[in-house]
Design a protein around this ligand. Structure first.
Ligand SMILES: [Zn+2]
Length: 424
C-alpha cells in the first residue's frame, strides 16, 4: 500500500467564533491527544497579550472527523486559553490586560476579528488507512474477491475458520465491542498471521499486507496444516491479553491491541518466569498507555516529568503505528515495548537448555567431594541428579555451573516437592 500524502487546506477561525465553536461541540479535543489544561497562567496571559498586540499565535493543526467536528491535533492549549479569556475565567489581575467584557466597542471589534489560522488535514488519521486495508480484505471475505484464483484459495479453510471463531467467541473481542466488526475480524487475522508466520526468536515477522493473508489462507487451508502448538499459543495469548488488559480493551485501537499481542506472545515464548505475567502485563500496559497518551504526535517537547530519551522513544512508537504493516515496523514496535517492559520488570531470557551434561555433572561431583549437599550422604555418580539452585523457571541458567548442585535422585525429588509446596 502506498503512503498517502494528506490533502492540506489552509483556513482560519476568527476570535469571535471560538466560544460558540466550543459551546456547540464543533471543536473537539480528542482524548488521545488531550493533555487537559496544562499551560501556566503566565503562558496563557502571554498568549492573550500577543493577540491584543496583533501578533501571530501560530498555526493550529486539525482535521474534520467522522462527526464533522474540528478535531484539534495541535493547538488545544491556545484554544482553551482563548476560551477562558472570552468567558472571563482567566485571572488577569496584575497583567495590565483588560478583560474581554471590559473592552471598548472598537477594541472588541478588533479582537473578535483576530484570525486564528489552521491547517486542515484530510484523511490524516491512520485509521483511514487501516480502513483501506479493511475494505480490500472485506471484498475477499464477503464474496467478491479480486479474481477467481484468489477466491478459490482464499475463501475457505482453517486459517479463516480460526480467526473468525476467535473474533466471534473470544472474550477479548466481546470486550472490544460490537462495532467495527470487520476491523476486529482483520485484527484477529493479523494476530493469527503473526503467530503462525512470525519468527519470534529472531524477531522476523511477515508483512501485514493483503498478499500475506492471501498466502496464509492458501497455505493453511486444511485442518491439519495449522500446528496445534501454535494454535494453543494463539488462544493462550488472547486469554492473557484479555485477563491483563481487561476493561482497557474497550478504549484501545486495534493497532495497540496488535502490539500488545506481539509483546505477550514474545514474553510467553522467551521470558524465563511467566508465573506472574498477567499482573506484570496489567501494570505495564497502564504505565505504557499513560505515557503514550500524555502528548500529541506533533509535540516537539516532552510533557512534564518525561525525559527526552523516553519522549523520543514513545514518539517513534506513535509514528510506527502509522505504517504498522511492514516487518521492520512490527519489529521496531516490539523492541520499544520490550524495552519499556524491562524498565518495570527486568527481562530475563529463558534458558532453552534444560538439563545438565555429563561433563558438568562430573565437575560438580568432584567439587562436592562426592557428597550430597541435601543429606550429606555419599552419591553414586551413576544415580545422581543435577539441580538448578536458582530455579530454571526463575531464570537460573543451565550453563552456569555455579548455579548447579549434584544430589541423590531421591533428595532432588524431595527438594522439588518442598519448593512446589513453598510456592503455593
Ligand atoms: Zn542426598
Amino acid at each position: 500500500m502506498k503512503q498517502q500524502v494528506p490533502d492540506i487546506e489552509f483556513d482560519c477561525f476568527v476570535m469571535g467564533q471560538i466560544k460558540d465553536l466550543f459551546d456547540t461541540g464543533k471543536i473537539f479535543i480528542n482524548s488521545e491527544y488531550q493533555r487537559g489544561d496544562i499551560w501556566t497562567l503566565t503562558q496563557q496571559i502571554e498568549l492573550i497579550r500577543s493577540i491584543e498586540s496583533r501578533y501571530s499565535v501560530g498555526v493550529l493543526v486539525l482535521y474534520i472527523n467522522d462527526r464533522g467536528q474540528y478535531e484539534i491535533l495541535d493547538g488545544q492549549q491556545r484554544l482553551l486559553s482563548i476560551k477562558k479569556y472570552i468567558e472571563g475565567s482567566l485571572e488577569l489581575k496584575g497583567s495590565g490586560l483588560l478583560s474581554y467584557t471590559d473592552l471598548s466597542t472598537k477594541q472588541k471589534f478588533l479582537t473578535d476579528a483576530y484570525s486564528i489560522y489552521y491547517l486542515k488535514l484530510k484523511s490524516h488519521d491512520s485509521e483511514s488507512k487501516e480502513e483501506d486495508v479493511v475494505q480490500t480484505f472485506l471484498r475477499l471475505q464477503e464474496g467478491s474477491p479480486l479474481n477467481r484464483a484468489e477466491k478459490i484459495s482464499a475463501y475457505r479453510g482453517s486459517f479463516k475458520d480460526t480467526f473468525k471463531e476467535a473474533r466471534e467467541s473470544h472474550d477479548l473481542f466481546k470486550l472490544m465491542g460490537k462495532d467495527k466488526r470487520f476491523r476486529y475480524r482483520l485484527l484477529a487475522a493479523e494476530m493469527l498471521l503473526l503467530e503462525l508466520e512470525g519468527d519470534f526468536k529472531n524477531k522476523l515477522f511477515p508483512s501485514l499486507e493483503l498478499k500475506s493473508f492471501i498466502t496464509a489462507l492458501a497455505k493453511y487451508k486444511n485442518k491439519d496444516t495449522i500446528n496445534s502448538y501454535k494454535l494453543k499459543s494463539y488462544k493462550g495469548n488472547l486469554d492473557l491479553l484479555h485477563s491483563s488488559l481487561n476493561y482497557l480493551l474497550t478504549g484501545l485501537k486495534p493497532r495497540e491491541v496488535l502490539s500488545f499481542y506481539l509483546l505477550v506472545s514474545y514474553l510467553r515464548k522467551r521470558k524465563a518466569d511467566n508465573s506472574n505475567l498477567i499482573n506484570e502485563m496489567s501494570a505495564f500496559s497502564r504505565e505504557f498507555l499513560k505515557n503514550l497518551y500524555s502528548f500529541g504526535i506533533y509535540d516537539k517537547k516532552p510533557p512534564k516529568g518525561m525525559g527526552v530519551t523516553t519522549f523520543e522513544k514513545y514518539k517513534s512508537y506513535k509514528l510506527e503505528a502509522k505504517v504498522m504493516t511492514t516487518p521492520d515496523s512490527i519489529k521496531t514496535r516490539l523492541d520499544i515495548l520490550l524495552d519499556e517492559f524491562s524498565r518495570i520488570k527486568p527481562f530475563i531470557e529463558k534458558d532453552f537448555r534444560r538439563y545438565h551434561e555429563e561433563e558438568e555433572k562430573r565437575i560438580l561431583y568432584f567439587r562436592q567431594k562426592g557428597l550430597c549437599p541435601e543429606c550429606g550422604g555419599t552419591i553414586n555418580f551413576r544415580e545422581s541428579s543435577a539441580d538448578h539452585v536458582i530455579l530454571h523457571s526463575k531464570g537460573g541458567k543451565t550453563t552456569d555451573i555455579n548455579n548447579a548442585q549434584l544430589l541423590h535422585e531421591r533428595c532432588h525429588k524431595r527438594l522439588e516437592k518442598q519448593r512446589k509446596k513453598a510456592a503455593k
